[in-house]
Design a protein around this ligand. Structure first.
Ligand SMILES: Nc1nc2c(c(=O)[nH]1)N[C@H]1C(S)=C(S)[C@@H](COP(=O)(O)O)O[C@H]1N2
Ligand SMILES: [Mo]
Length: 368
């Protein structure tokens, strides 16, 4: 099979060469519950770092009674293996649709392909934090910061990628330090030798090329926690923004996307199968997926293919019997907390282009 850069499939759609950012063709995405590693999307803010495994250490510091510095072998041998089947989605998924409404400069125009699913294996973050004697009751909520080895540049400064999650999330069983992806060692572009997997959260918190864990009183001061990945109201602009006002993103919101058809596709009349993915954040489940072929006038419920893990996406499909004409396919999901997707993009537009979960619409032309 032909391979392109970073061992990716020749069909992967490259969004940016350096740093490397790419995603699978949408039609391939909802074909199977586990994304093949060579089609798994890549979101990187810097170049893939070279890691010397002889000197590599993972350090655990901060509000702990026993700071640790672990070699890769120690981490693998001294802690119990843990597995989690989890979907990663970038907060910038579906930004392209927002950009079409109003420009979003300096951000990658992702279609709906910044999402993929893999079976991950590694060790539980909770086990490592316990071994380090992480403080649990400081009288206020603690945070766990993750630091990566890769460098990037913003506002003329070079620094390493990082972010944080609340300690309560860090201690839950699904959060792991992964060294395996789909049964193989983690590939360099996905974070070799070690990365965080924070299921149910925006992809940015699943820090790759992990070198540092710090337990601390405040969320991370890293640019990617303090500035980027914050959600602002639709009227806030790059000029008017007060960075401290935005919501620091954590849990994903409910979303659904049509993968089977592209915009303005010509389809043959008769029975057509429409399929795609849906996702509920924070461990919630997708309870229902509604699909329309008339722009949202009438709806039918899709058949859901629930994965075994509550950290996984739900693939869905539905059939319509269509005569020649123009149709607008629309999808919206409802999660187990009753959260529904907003109808219009105006309601979710924000100048950084995050968390677009407006109804997903695709226009098709049906011909004889
Ligand atoms: N060290 C590091 N970790 C990182 C990033 C990065 O640029 N550097 N990108 C983050 C973002 S924004 C996303 S969406 C996910 C993507 O993971 P993937 O490339 O394995 O798909 O990694 C996250 N972890
Ligand atoms: Mo992301």
């Amino acid at each position: 099979m032909k391979k392109s850069i970073h061992n990716k499939h020749a069909d992967i759609v490259i969004k940016q060469e350096t740093p490397f950012n790419a995603g699978p063709p949408l039609k391939r995405l909802s074909e199977c519950a586990v994304t093949p590693t060579d089609l798994f999307f890549v979101r990187s803010h810097g170049d893939v770092p070279t890691v010397n495994m002889d000197s590599y250490r993972l350090t655990i510091n901060g509000r702990v009674s026993q700071p640790l510095s672990l070699s890769f072998a120690q981490l693998k041998n001294d802690f119990k293996r843990a597995e989690v089947s989890a979907t990663l989605m970038c907060a910038g998924n579906r930004r392209e649709e927002l950009t079409a409404m109003k420009p979003i400069p300096n951000e990658l125009p992702w279609g709906a392909e910044a999402i993929s699913h893999a079976a991950w294996a590694g060790v539980r973050l909770g086990d490592v934090l316990t071994a380090a004697g992480a403080e649990s009751e400081a009288g206020f909520p603690l945070h766990v910061e993750f630091g990566g080895l890769d460098e990037t540049e913003r506002l003329y400064k070079r620094f390493k990628f990082g972010g944080s999650i609340p300690l309560t999330k860090a201690l839950s069983g699904e959060v792991i330090l992964a060294y395996e992806m789909n049964g193989k060692p983690l590939p360099p572009v996905h974070g070799f030798p070690l990365r965080m997997i924070v299921p149910g959260y925006i992809g940015a918190r699943s820090v790759k090329w992990l070198e540092k864990i710090t337990v601390q009183a405040e969320p991370s001061q890293n640019y990617f926690q303090r500035h980027a990945y914050r959600l602002f109201a639709p009227d806030v602009t790059a000029e008017s923004v007060n960075w401290d006002d935005g919501l620091m993103l954590g849990e994903l919101n409910v979303n659904a996307v049509i993968c089977s058809h592209v915009e303005n596709e010509q389809a043959a009349s008769g029975v057509i199968t429409v399929h795609g993915y849906s996702m509920a954040g924070g461990g919630r489940e997708v309870a229902r997926v509604d699909v329309s072929c008339d722009g949202g006038e009438t709806w039918i419920q899709a058949e859901l293919n629930h994965a075994a893990s509550s950290w996984a996406w739900t693939l869905w499909k539905v059939q319509f019997d269509l005569k020649p004409g123009k149709f607008q396919l629309v999808v919206r999901a409802v999660d187990s907390a009753g959260n529904v997707q907003p109808k219009d993009m105006e309601q979710v537009w924000n100048f950084k282009g995050y968390m677009n979960n407006a109804w997903h619409r695709i226009n098709i032309n049906v011909q004889d």
